[in-house]
Design a binder for this molecule. Sequence first.
Ligand code: MN3
Length: 202
Amino acid sequence: MSFELAPLPYANNALEPFIDAMTMEIHHDRHHAAYVNNLNAAIKGTDLEGKSLLEIITNISKAPMAVRNNGGGHFNHDLFWNIMAPNKGGEPTGALADAIKSTFGSFEDFKTQFNAAGATRFGSGWAWLIVKSDKSIAICSTPNQDNPLMDIAEVKGTPILGCDVWEHAYYLKYQNKRPDYMANWWNVVNWDAVADRYKAAL
Ligand code: MN3
């Protein structure tokens, strides 16, 4: 059994004007596809073949770098496509909204801290909202295609929201202006999907 690239859950142009269709097409059909193909090549014939992606990720310290980079890339992009949707944005509600308010002060303060985590990640990586083992929530960032589920992560937890801050996620439309991309990205965050992940992580 090899890993497969799932189709985007919406059309390439569904997140316009915040994320342009060409960026989505290249990002999913080429970058994400490459992570899947390279992951399959890296595990072929090894004892990692047949293991779940979560099992591989949570024991990533034992895997070769090609598995870390491409397994992380596959996992992270699957999450990314599914916490976005057209005509979304706004604010979370319910238990997640309460947790964000009690942890960060307000939704606006949360966004400011999350944007800072993404903006200050040098080079390529991700900004995350995670649920830690004590059920509290926290913001962190990881380099490259690492994520907070990996046993090598500095800050560990279950990611429920992630923003891809690799240049391939925004360069065509926003060039070098990563903060502008992140400011617009909030308009496509699907808080219902994030709330489902929050519930599952608790
Ligand atoms: Mn990417």
